[in-house]
Design a protein around this ligand. Structure first.
Ligand code: RIB
Length: 290
């Protein structure tokens, strides 16, 4: 089977800072690095590095050829990435000494996809494939509906969080990824806890405490622990977790094993500076000692 990812592609400008800036503060960075990023691109790379066949559906601007090239080098099928007459998306990322971040997004081409592009891409998908989406592109609900009708499984990572965006895809979802804050925000917005959303599988990530799985069919709630690591940069760790879970499920692993593998990948990821370019591959994840 394959994973189709309607996802953002960004140039990540990562600034190393002594602390995250507060309103009105001017702060000199101690370093600047550029990476391939975007929640979408990060998930595509993670899923590909975890062994899945991944097709990325997205868009870049005229200067975005490097990002497409890099995705291709990382094993992602890039034939469904459009080149538009808008700037490629970018992110300005501040990372403090404890690995926490603050992100400013410029969506650019990520929010200019067309229904035609989505239709054309998904017409090449097979029933049983998975479509994953996040909230950094347009065409989310359109793509989710189309995928449902074509018999794909639909997964959604609700980041950056917007309750309306989640509600737009909710009826089509088979799998929903939220972090704890997003789960609380969604409950506040629609009055439903994760187990009451009507989604077959809901995963709530709990940061350094691991992740929780709500399984609708059995009513069971189970947890996988996080691995003990000292984080240097948490950016992209959630995307890595999501990509690894999807890839493992696509390969037929049961959910507890998929989540345990993804927890190892995310743990390794937070020990590295950067985003898509530094996502660990399956061998590294399996061999890592924690
Ligand atoms: O989740 C991390 C990602 O968020 C970064 O790569 C950045 O581009 C933003 O999309």
């Amino acid at each position: 089977m394959a994973i189709w990812n309607l996802g953002s592609i960004n140039a990540d400008m990562v600034y190393a800072l002594p602390h995250l800036p507060v309103a009105g503060e001017t702060l000199a960075a101690r370093g600047l690095d550029q990476f391939l990023g975007g929640k979408g691109a990060n998930m595509s790379v993670a899923a590909a590095r975890a062994g899945a066949r991944v097709h990325h559906i997205g868009a870049v601007g005229p200067e975005g050829g490097w990002a497409v090239q890099r995705l291709m080098e990382y094993g992602v099928d890039t034939r469904q990435i459009a080149s538009l007459d808008l700037p490629t998306g970018h992110a300005i990322i501040a990372v403090d000494q404890g690995g926490e971040n603050q992100i400013i997004l410029y969506p650019g081409a990520n929010r200019a996809l067309t229904l035609d592009q989505i239709g054309q891409a998904l017409s090449a998908a097979d029933a049983g494939d998975t479509l994953v989406l996040q909230n950094e592109t347009n065409m989310q609900s359109e793509a989710a509906e189309m995928a449902c009708k074509l018999g794909l499984k639909v997964a959604y990572a609700a980041a950056p969080f917007d309750a309306q965006a989640v509600q737009g895809v909710l009826p089509c979802l088979d799998l929903l990824f939220l972090n704890e804050v997003e789960a609380a925000q969604l409950q506040q917005a629609i009055g439903k806890a994760p187990e009451a959303l009507g989604v077959a599988d809901v995963i709530v990530t709990l940061g350094s405490r691991g992740a929780r799985h709500y399984h609708k069919a059995s009513g069971q709630i189970s947890e996988v622990p996080a691995l003990p690591v000292t984080p240097v940069d948490t950016t992209g760790a959630g995307d890595t977790f999501t990509g690894y879970v999807l890839s493992a499920l696509d390969r037929g692993l049961p959910m507890p094993q998929a989540m345990a593998l993804a927890a190892r990948a995310a743990a390794l990821m937070v020990t590295r500076h950067g985003t898509a370019d530094v996502i660990p591959d399956l061998k590294e994840v399996q061999e890592a000692k924690f």
